[in-house]
Design a protein around this ligand. Structure first.
Ligand SMILES: [Zn+2]
Length: 792
């Protein structure tokens, strides 16, 4: 290669003669690729209200968002009745066969929110059908029209509901599809997914199953991500890649989502009858489930993206033969510059093994060519683990420090303006990697360190292929690309600029594959788990080490003052990254302050025992905010007094008893047969409530069977005194009939009835929040519970 002999430490993959040019050109090329990745994830421009009739228009859809999300409309409320009337009117106005499914339905699956007991709801789903010309099956477009009790649900899920109305309009305006298209606007998703469960289990149109497209929003902005599929998704993903105009989705998201305690209506459809795709936008999570989830906060670009994809998919599934959508395998898929790359899941493990072999071959060749020794290669592998561990740890410490300075972040899914903190975490990951590199590159050598990075990527690939196959591509493909680039450069003795071109191309693969997860993991997991994004950012860095090396002065050859200068220059990138991390974190703290538009979230509930006239303020905040702190002074378990609130430890404090009645429990029928006693009861709320619970003291009787509103209730055992419970959402004013088949232990059976309404204003001792104090987005915020024990 013509260069003078150098110490092994300088023997990198890429030794360009024009080092300065390479040090500028390669990073600039990778930055351009990174910019392309970001453009590929960007939301489209919202289309205006006068867009052609066959297109999706965010402006048209937004008009419906404003009607649906005018106010909170929790299942069972009068506000929700008005929303439902609007939906029915709109769909009928399109000429669609529209009906309301009015039913009592059980929860879908086993929800974490159902700690109180077996859960049901009275639901009213809006179901409309566009009959196909020659149907091979049905396409279901699903979203929920109810909101949480604390906010109007401007995004969650007025976005999905309004998008479906606009899709229904566009489809009705064009030629009829071949397959039936069914629009399912579900009720009581927030409570228990009961509307979707009731539709999937009981509605005649659901009897033969079909393809489900579920539309959700868990935030206010960002790209729509197709984050969940039914199993054996290859053919569905093929349609998604072809027919969705903005196909942002990754098989890795499915794995992440399974690890999160979230559920959507889609869960209710995940059985053998249905296949489908689940999509949501998730950035701007600070407003999720809060009073701030108003239409005005919606990013219309996200709405446009939701609608474009839903319409494209509805049209394609509307003409595809639906008999043939279940294929024998899952695909690996991920977004690449506005498109979707996919390959069959069975390739995952062979690819991972191939990457590992290629990296191994690279190590062998590096040693043969004198670029590294066995010792330095081993050192490179051992030391490359350091940034993988230290960067996430650093991100975790950074967020711990920021939340110490600003404790109000504790109850937020994500800060209101998280971008500065996200950039700080990325800069911190870069600091760790660059520091590590500057310290070691003279001692271990650039080639050995690059080898170490690639080997870990390849090893992670094999590990993921076995444990989390949908995520294996993340490290397998960069490792494979890096190894192939290195092997090509070494084996063909590339000269001139070509080695730099080779490692830059491999780096581009890493950026294309790994940058989207860095960008999407932040909103998906929130800043509290920014460490995961830091980990992925460090993996990008490890894949880019041969390019990173170009930023450093040549490692060998200098003596004396020159060497000192080189060492100082080598610390420059790390120093710059550190300064960037500190400045970005500081800007985040300066910019993202709590104020009236961005209030600090607080959680408060009120619980009254109408029998003993004892009341308490309760809060889920671990470290209560100053506002909450005036109400609570101890930690208690409410499992004995308010079993309907679950069995969490809560912060609590004394409250004055309000003159509110507990639900009435009447015995309609009481029969004894041998050792069994059958109690037919009516439990009736005495005020406007959204939730009714009934628990049995299992010290007084064993429950053998139970039904509520004519539906059998599963016998889920609970811990503690109230060992059996029924939770009924959106109970009708006339109450709920409950039948209990018991084996009594004594003369009387104890039951505890509780109901819950929303809103604390007017309660004795409650002082309204100042403008800069807000409400935590949770299903129990502002809950007002009244309970009483009855001996029967
Ligand atoms: Zn929700």
């Amino acid at each position: 290669m013509g260069a003078p002999p150098t110490r092994p430490a300088d023997r990198a993959f890429a030794k360009p003669r024009r080092r300065l040019l390479a040090a500028v050109a390669a990073p600039v090329a990778l930055l351009a690729v990174g910019a392309g990745v970001l453009v590929g994830l960007a939301t489209p421009t919202p289309r205006p209200a006068d867009a052609p009739a066959g297109e999706f228009s965010a402006a048209r859809a937004y008009r419906n968002v404003e009607v649906i999300a005018a106010r909170p409309h929790v299942a069972g409320s009068a506000a929700n009745d008005r929303v439902r009337e609007h939906l029915v009117g709109t769909l009928r106005g399109l000429g669609l066969q529209t009906e309301v499914q009015d039913a009592v339905a059980p929860e879908a699956g086993q929800l974490s929110s159902a700690a109180g007991g077996a859960t049901l709801a009275r639901v009213r789903n809006v179901v409309a059908r566009l009959p196909g010309t020659d149907p091979t099956g049905k396409v279901f477009l699903v979203s929920h029209y109810d909101s949480v009790q604390t906010g109007p649900g401007g995004n969650d899920d007025a976005a999905g509901t309004a998008a479906i109305l606009e899709v229904a309009r566009a489809l009705s305006a064009g030629p009829r599809p071949r397959n039936d298209v069914v629009f399912v606007l579900t009720d009581a998703e927030e409570a228990c997914l009961c509307g979707a469960a009731g539709f999937a289990a009981d509605h005649p149109l659901a009897a033969d199953g079909g393809v489900v497209l579920n539309l959700e929003a868990r935030g206010s902005t960002g790209p729509v991500i197709m984050f969940e599929t039914s199993r054996n998704n290859a053919k569905l993903v093929d349609v998604f890649g072809r027919a969705a105009p903005h196909p942002v989705g990754t098989s890795f998201a499915v794995e992440i989502y399974r690890a999160l305690p979230n559920d959507t209506d889609f869960t209710a459809f995940l059985d053998q009858k249905f296949v489908g795709l689940n999509s949501a936008y998730i950035d701007g999570g600070a407003i999720y489930h809060t009073p701030l989830d108003v239409p005005a906060r919606m990013d219309r670009g996200s709405l446009q993206m939701h609608g474009d994809n839903a319409l494209g998919l509805a049209r394609e599934f509307g003409r595809t033969d639906l008999g043939d959508l279940r294929s024998g395998h899952d695909d690996t898929y991920f977004p690449v510059l506005g498109g979707l790359v996919r390959y069959p899941g069975w390739l995952t493990l062979p690819l991972a093994v191939a990457a590992l072999l290629a990296v191994g071959a690279l190590g062998w060749l590096l040693r043969r060519r004198g670029r590294a020794t066995v010792g330095t290669l081993a050192a490179g592998v051992g030391l490359a683990l350091a940034p993988v561990v230290v960067a996430p740890l650093g991100a975790w410490l950074l967020w711990a420090a920021i939340t110490t300075i600003r404790p109000g972040y504790a109850e937020l899914l994500d800060p209101y303006r998280p971008v500065w903190y996200r950039l700080a975490v990325v800069a911190l990951a870069a600091t760790v990697l660059l520091c590590w590199y500057a310290l070691l590159r003279r001692r271990v050598g650039p080639a050995a360190l690059a080898f170490g990075g690639l080997l870990w990527l390849a090893l992670f690939g094999v590990l993921l292929a076995v444990l989390v196959p949908g995520g294996a591509y993340l490290t397998t493909l960069p490792a494979l690309a890096g190894a192939v680039a290195g092997l090509t450069a070494l084996a063909t003795r590339l000269d001139g600029p070509w080695p730099v071109v080779a490692v830059t191309l491999a780096g581009a693969v890493a950026v294309v594959v790994l940058l989207p997860p860095v960008v999407l993991l932040f909103p998906a997991l929130g800043m509290g788990m920014g460490a995961v994004a830091a980990l992925v950012a460090v993996l990008v860095g490890l894949a880019l080490l041969p390019v990173v090396d170009l930023l450093h002065p040549r490692a060998g050859g200098q003596r004396g003052l020159l060497a000192l200068r080189a060492r100082r220059l080598g610390a420059l990138p790390a120093g710059a990254a550190f300064v960037a991390a500190a400045v970005l974190a500081g800007v985040g703290l300066a910019v993202d302050r709590f104020d009236a538009d961005h209030p600090v979230p607080t959680h408060l509930m009120y619980a009254l025992d109408a029998g003993t006239k004892k009341a308490a303020w309760l809060s889920h905040e671990d470290k209560p905010q100053p506002w909450t702190d005036r109400y609570v002074d101890r930690t208690i378990s409410v499992a004995d007094d308010f079993p309907g609130l679950g069995d969490d430890e809560l912060r609590a404090g004394p409250a004055a008893a309000a003159p509110l009645p507990a639900p009435k429990v009447e015995t309609l029928d009481d029969s004894r047969n041998g050792g069994q006693r059958v109690l037919r009861l009516r439990v009736t709320p005495q005020r406007q409530v959204r939730l009714l619970t009934l628990h049995v003291d299992t010290r007084t009787a064993t429950v053998r069977a139970a039904s509520a509103a004519g539906r059998n209730v599963p016998l889920k055992a609970r811990d503690g005194r109230w060992g059996f419970g029924i939770v009924f959402h959106a109970p009708p004013p006339e109450g709920v009939e409950v039948t209990l088949t018991l084996v009594p232990r004594g003369e009387t059976v104890s039951v505890r009835a509780m109901d819950a309404s929303d809103g604390l204003s007017g309660l004795p001792g409650f002082r309204p929040r100042p403008a800069n104090v807000g409400v935590v987005g949770s299903h129990s915020s502002e809950l007002l519970a009244v309970a009483q024990t009855y001996s029967l």
